[in-house]
Design a protein around this ligand. Sequence first.
Ligand code: ZN
Length: 129
Amino acid sequence: MIKEFEVLTKERYELINITNKVERIVRESKVRDGLCFVFAPHSTAGIVLTEDESGLKNDWLAVLKKMVSGFDFFHNRIDNNADSHILSGLIGQEKTLVIENNKLIRGTWQNIFLIEFDGPRTRKVIVKT
Ligand code: ZN
């Protein structure tokens, strides 16, 4: 089964918890045991597993912004978002989780986030089970 949903982002850089939406799709898929592939079909956003804590979310964004600061990016001559493309590629645009008894196996603090690097935008998330 393949399903998708939209996420409206509000900031240029932002972490948005999509765990509930992905888990609902897994439940509705009726898949007992298998894999859940979560994919953002975008080159300026990513998917990350991390704790949903406001300080940590700010920490993520501070580290990522610093990683791409101080460069004179060639891409910015035609489109002002080289930082967004590079972070998207580094973070990755997909994650695969295991489904057991129709539930995702994940650690207590492992939430699934869409990470926006070039918002605000309407983003798509594709979930394949
Ligand atoms: Zn671009």
